[in-house]
Design a protein around this ligand. Structure first.
Ligand code: NAD
Length: 269
């Protein structure tokens, strides 16, 4: 365990935590003292490795399978989590997919798949988390908040993205879902925020950074001159989940090396 334990004894659930950003968030929360549910949809071996890594750093974790787009699987996951650890204090909605296609060729199935995971998944998990926060009541020795929800959105909740209309529609929806429930739940002490990554080196975008031309094109979009690392996101999530961010709700942290700064205007315009 390193550093101050900002999240000591809190119980976190991270969706899609067997790879990429979700895995780094699970590890980051564990290092900050939280017990972590490592949710995965398929491939229990990878989730088990994340659980092992968390125990290796002195943390505590449990893998639970569930498809975040399935109402009954999400409800069953929360039932198992509460049975195991008594409650949940932090939810990180990280699971996501890209199902890309030119707009005129996009099938209804491609549209529905992206919306189901990237937006409905946030709704289903957040609703179960809020029910659980309210059932449990405040535990002042754990946190000033009744509960914390963090949405992993994207710079594409704001930047349009050709060929990805379903993904951007879902992420734009996540932004307003986050803000609306933050407004609704703030009086009860539930904080809801988002982290919107720019380009982070994970499997989801390997086809871009995995070849020199792709990486060169990508770096033109990032004023900071580097692709993001998963830890860049995990550190912000730990802070947002902690009482250090107690006065923050309904906000989005864009962690993007400046991608939102219209980089082409540095030399043009
Ligand atoms: P990733 O593919 O490694 O992670 C996505 C995870 O979600 C995987 O573990 C996958 O198995 C899981 N998942 C997919 N469908 C699921 C379902 N129905 N139920 C449960 N889990 C499911 O990619 P990543 O880059 O780590 O993506 C994590 C999040 O970050 C996503 O929401 C993505 O949109 C967002 N994001 C990533 C980037 C980036 O550059 N990598 C940028 C902006 C936003």
């Amino acid at each position: 365990m390193d550093g101050i334990q900002l999240l000591k004894s809190q119980r976190a659930l991270v969706t899609g935590a067997s790879s990429g950003i979700g895995k780094a968030i699970a590890l980051g929360l564990a290092k900050a003292g939280a017990k972590v549910i490592v949710n995965y949809r398929a491939g229990g071996e990878k989730a088990a490795l994340v659980v092992d890594e968390i125990y290796d750093v002195g943390g505590e974790a449990l893998a639970i399978q569930a498809d975040v787009s399935s109402e009954h699987e999400v409800q069953e996951m929360f039932r198992q989590a509460v049975e195991a650890w008594g409650s949940i204090d932090i939810l990180v909605n990280n699971a996501g997919v890209q199902v890309d296609a030119p707009f005129h060729e996009m099938t209804l199935e491609q549209w529905n798949t992206a919306l189901a995971v990237d937006l409905t998944g946030h709704f289903l998990c957040s609703r179960e988390a809020v029910k659980e926060f309210k059932r449990r009541g405040i535990v002042p020795e754990l946190s000033r908040a009744l509960g914390k929800i963090i949405a992993i959105s994207s710079v594409h909740d704001t930047i349009p993205w050709a060929g990805h209309a379903n993904y951007t529609a879902a992420k734009g929806g996540v932004k307003m879902l986050m803000k609306s429930i933050a407004q609704e739940l703030a009086p009860e002490g539930i904080r809801v925020n988002a982290v919107s990554p720019g380009a982070i080196k994970t499997d989801i975008n390997k086809s871009v950074w995995g070849n020199p031309e792709g990486m060169e094109g990508l770096l033109k979009l990032i004023p900071a001159g580097r692709i993001g690392e998963v830890e860049d996101i995990a550190k912000a999530v730990v802070w947002l989940a902690s009482d250090e961010a107690d006065y923050m709700t309904g906000e989005t942290l864009y962690l993007d090396g400046g991608m939102m700064l219209y980089p082409s205007f540095r030399t043009g315009g």
